[in-house]
Design a binder for this molecule. Structure first.
Ligand code: PAF
Length: 283
């Protein structure tokens, strides 16, 4: 496994491979990341992974310095998963002195996480643009857990003509339903138990959809009631939105069974705000 730091080192390492799958991460890897690495390896033959805690996607009150890090452990996990290249840039390798260029994906970033975390997707789109420009992968692998990020980056990759295929892999969960996240590490035992309200709410909405509920307000109310019943949970939003445009389906409307919907939620439990989502499948 080749470990590189600068853009030039990354370009040189990449040039040794033809087809290459790319998994961008912020480190503190878990099975969700590793499943992407293994899939990229299987489908592309070679896989590059970046580990970079990107400062531009954290707001002024967010947890940049406290964000969990363990590079040695990450590198061992990536070796075991079959990664070929690991790019661990310093901040100045990504943002050279005097950098003033940002990438803004508009409209799609106005809602959900974009509304809750102003500037977040500008940081994500900017860093992923730089990572793609240097890595020039055949495919980029992202998790469905960050549903809005996947929609935003798909739009950006199309708009900017990167020619990179995008693969969105299913959310990896613990046996009890909790979606894997580096932020779960902040939860104590009671909070970890409380955090199950996210998947419970999403499962209940899916069950309601599959048994014929089409009313957007009723589907939202079903999810909200489960989360607000959990004393340790502080609900930021519970959304039922169009899966492509991310526009909220208004209270008085019925969902179009042929389109389905993206149901997503953000809930603060103790320190972290956890996000999770499910796609209501078109019927
Ligand atoms: O999903 C993440 O971990 C980050 O947003 C990403 C895509 C690596 C960009 O920093």
């Amino acid at each position: 496994m080749h470990i590189v730091t600068t853009r030039d080192q990354m370009r040189t390492a990449r040039a040794h491979h033809g087809t290459i799958g790319f998994v961008p991460t912020m480190g503190y890897l878990h099975e969700g990341h590793l499943s992407l690495v293994r899939r990229a390896k299987e489908e592309c033959g070679a896989v590059a992974v970046s580990i970079f805690v990107n400062p531009t996607q954290f707001g002024p009150t967010e947890d940049l310095t406290a964000y969990p890090r363990d590079l040695d452990r990450d590198l061992q996990l990536l070796r075991d998963a079959g990664a070929d290249i690991v790019w661990t840039p310093h901040t100045h390798d990504i943002y050279p002195t005097g950098a003033t260029t940002y990438v803004d994906v508009t409209t799609l970033t106005d809602t959900l996480e974009g509304a809750r975390r102003p500037g977040h997707f500008r940081g994500v789109a900017t860093v992923v643009t730089i990572l793609l420009a240097v890595t020039t992968p055949t495919r980029i692998y992202l998790g469905q857990k960050d549903a809005q990020q996947a929609v935003v980056l798909r739009r950006m990759i199309t708009d900017l003509g990167f020619g990179t295929d995008i693969v969105i892999a299913p959310t990896v969960r613990e046996a009890d339903g909790l979606a894997l996240s580096s932020r779960n590490t902040y939860l104590d035992e009671d909070q970890r138990h409380a955090a199950l309200c996210l998947s419970r709410a999403l499962n209940a909405v899916t069950a309601a959809w599959l048994t014929g509920e089409r009313n957007a307000a009723a589907l939202r109310a079903c999810g909200v009631s489960i989360i607000t019943a959990e004393p340790l949970a502080d609900l930021a939003y519970f959304s039922v939105a169009d899966p492509d445009t991310l526009v909220e389906i208004p209270d008085g409307s019925a969902l179009d069974p042929a389109r389905g919907a993206l149901v997503s939620t953000a809930v603060t439990i103790g320190v972290p705000t956890l996000i999770d989502n499910v796609i209501l499948p078109p019927l």
